[in-house]
Design a protein around this ligand. Structure first.
Ligand SMILES: [Zn+2]
Length: 136
């Protein structure tokens, strides 16, 4: 037997490195604070404006929130492995990560919006107002 070298209080076997109490403290417990995904909420009307726009390697249209703030870009989900391929996705500016996250594959009233639908609409309209649901 020897004393735990960390707390110097508890007795441990000679082949142990620390007592069970110190072991508990040594293992980092996962906390919600380490979760990088912010708690985001939608249920808000966004507006997509016509005109070619490029941000962070994505080509699409400017996206505005219900306050009229330019919050990022709407573009086509280009990952062919996912169900959302060919539909609209939002990518936000870093200032809005806390409010909206980084990416959001949008649904409007439960349905995805086809990219081609948005493109065709914005050929003849300046703006595409769009209610965006909370769930992807
Ligand atoms: Zn100890």
């Amino acid at each position: 037997m020897k004393k735990c070298p960390i707390c110097e209080l508890n007795w441990i076997d000679d082949n142990e490195e620390m007592c069970s109490l110190c072991q508990q403290k040594a293992v980092p417990t996962p906390t919600q604070g380490h979760n990088p995904k912010p708690n985001v909420h939608f249920n808000e009307i966004f507006t997509f404006k016509s005109g070619d726009y490029v941000y962070d390697g994505k080509r699409g249209f400017k996206a505005y929130n219900s306050k009229g703030e330019h919050v990022g870009i709407v573009f086509m989900t280009d990952d062919k492995r996912v169900k959302a391929y060919g539909y609209c996705e939002l990518h936000f500016f870093p200032n809005y990560y806390n409010s909206y996250g980084v990416w959001h594959r949008i649904k409007s009233h439960g349905s995805r919006i086809a990219w081609v639908t948005l493109c065709n609409y914005l050929k003849t309209h300046e703006e595409y107002p769009c209610y965006i649901d909370d769930q992807t």
